[in-house]
Write a protein that binds this ligand. Structure first.
Ligand code: ATP
Ligand code: MG
Length: 168
């Protein structure tokens, strides 16, 4: 993770390799990888992206973004919870959200969660083995792609991480 982070921080570190691909298949791949983990907690995974949606992006970088978000959505979820991937579009952007039914993130922590090594609840995070780098990588990688990431969260209800990416 440290290597990924420092690679993203140096402007020459990442050469973008833009290609067209189907978003639904992309997420099917990620969800397949985490299926076993999700099953252990009884968590259901839903890919709501329409078959037709195609994006032009750097597949590897986008994988880093969404693998981290999906990992979090499972790790910080309740037993028998849900993870849902949704797609919507704006005139110039794709909007992709990863939503979970976990404990949510207290408002006072929201401004900091994209900072390096930041963890909301040390005990909660240590138990799940996190280092607090995932979301800082998500933010940098999204920005490299010309996009932005936002979070909406309600304590006790869950969180939605929204990634906005330019279509062009
Ligand atoms: P790493 O991703 O480096 O293994 P991590 O998951 O602890 O470790 P981040 O992904 O950067 O670190 O997340 C930072 C903190 O934000 C987490 O420790 C957790 O407290 C909180 N967090 C992240 N995603 C969620 C989520 N979906 N629901 C609730 N809390 C979350
Ligand atoms: Mg994480």
């Amino acid at each position: 993770d440290l290597i990924t982070l420092s690679m993203l921080e140096t402007s020459k570190g990442v050469m973008l390799n833009m290609e067209y691909f189907k978003l639904k298949e992309f997420f099917d791949g990620i969800l397949e990888e985490v299926e076993f983990l999700a099953k252990q907690k009884g968590i259901s995974l839903e890919n709501m992206v329409d078959d037709k949606v195609e994006v032009k992006s750097d597949r590897k970088l986008l994988y880093i973004v969404f693998k981290n978000l999906v990992d979090n959505a499972i790790k910080y979820n309740n037993l028998n919870g849900k993870v849902v991937i949704e797609y919507s579009k704006l005139p110039k952007d794709h909007v992709i959200s990863v939503c979970d039914t976990g404990p949510g993130i207290p408002k006072s922590h929201l401004p900091f969660i994209f900072e390096r090594f930041y963890r909301v609840e040390r005990s909660r995070s240590r138990k799940s083995g996190g280092t607090g780098l995932g979301l800082s990588i998500v933010k940098l990688a999204t920005e490299k792609l010309g996009g932005k990431v936002e979070v909406e969260s309600e304590e006790g209800k869950g969180s939605c991480f929204k990634v906005q990416l330019p279509k062009g």
